[in-house]
Design a binder for this molecule. Structure first.
Ligand code: XBP
Ligand code: MG
Length: 252
């Protein structure tokens, strides 16, 4: 039986990266007078690095105009990251990002059936709050029994720290929960905490070469294209997740 669903945020609850975080990073570069910008393609490659500040620091290794010296780079990364988060909040407040298809209905399934909800993300808490207040309303926080963000789990995915903290807060065993994730790092983090993961493919992560997954598919808003196959319906429901969770087989 599934006692809790643990949700990744970026790419899973919403497609935040290309038109949200990436745009906000570029706005921050412009505001700070930094000469480089991140294309859609370049940002996809940079998503291999979890965490916005860590991503900025990693990219500076390739930027000729980046400051020399670790301290100067660290200071710039912190400044750009704070600016980026302000820009991101403004973007989501304007409605630039929506919940992915099927997400709202699956959240409601859980609430009807008394299955706990959790957020497990490597994103800063301010970004989670800005997004969820816009897409779920001011009372969003009360719907989640646990919310683990970058501040609580500084060791970012694929480290299992965020998932381990969520399990401890919920007082549940890993076999009682299912993680919803879009990225290889997120899936690895869940699996390293012993949690079965469902992969909802996203714009930047259309395929994940990691196994074993509970199920993998294009969107919670449709039952076509899932492996193992989902029963025909309008969307992936909690009942469908439970069928996958009970099945002995795990897909590769
Ligand atoms: C998302 C991330 C984050 C976001 C940006 O991971 O890695 O870095 O891209 O947010 P997940 P911050 O899908 O696991 O939530 O700038 O706050 O890091
Ligand atoms: Mg993600």
């Amino acid at each position: 039986m599934i006692r809790a669903l643990l949700w990744d945020v970026d790419g899973t609850l919403a497609e935040t990266e290309r038109d949200g975080h990436r745009v906000a990073f570029n706005q921050a570069f412009a505001a700070a007078g930094v000469p480089w910008r991140w294309s859609v393609e370049r940002y996809g490659a940079l998503l291999a690095i979890s965490g916005g500040r860590e991503r900025l620091l990693h990219d500076m290794d390739t930027q000729p105009a980046a400051p020399h010296g670790a301290a100067a780079r660290d200071e710039l990364a912190r400044r750009l990251h704070a600016l980026k988060n302000d820009c991101y909040a403004a973007l989501v407040a304007r409605g630039a990002v929506r919940l992915r298809a099927g997400v709202a209905a699956l959240l409601e399934d859980c609430q009807r059936r008394g299955v706990a909800l959790g957020i497990v993300t490597t994103t800063s808490r301010c970004n989670v709050a800005a997004l969820l207040a816009r897409v779920l309303g001011a009372g969003w926080a009360a719907r989640f029994a646990v919310t683990v963000c970058a501040e609580e789990a500084p060791r970012k995915k694929p480290d299992p720290q965020a998932y381990a903290l969520a399990l401890a807060a919920l007082g549940l065993a890993s076999a009682e929960v299912v993680a919803l994730e879009d990225s290889p790092a997120g899936i690895a983090a869940a699996q390293r905490a012993g949690i079965a993961a469902v992969h909802t493919r996203s714009y930047y992560f259309p395929d994940v070469p990691l196994a074993p997954l509970l199920a993998a598919g294009p969107s919670l808003g449709q039952t076509e294209g899932w492996h193992p196959a989902a029963a025909r319906a309008e969307r992936v429901s909690l009942a469908q997740l439970e069928r996958w969770h009970c099945a002995p087989r795990r897909v590769s």
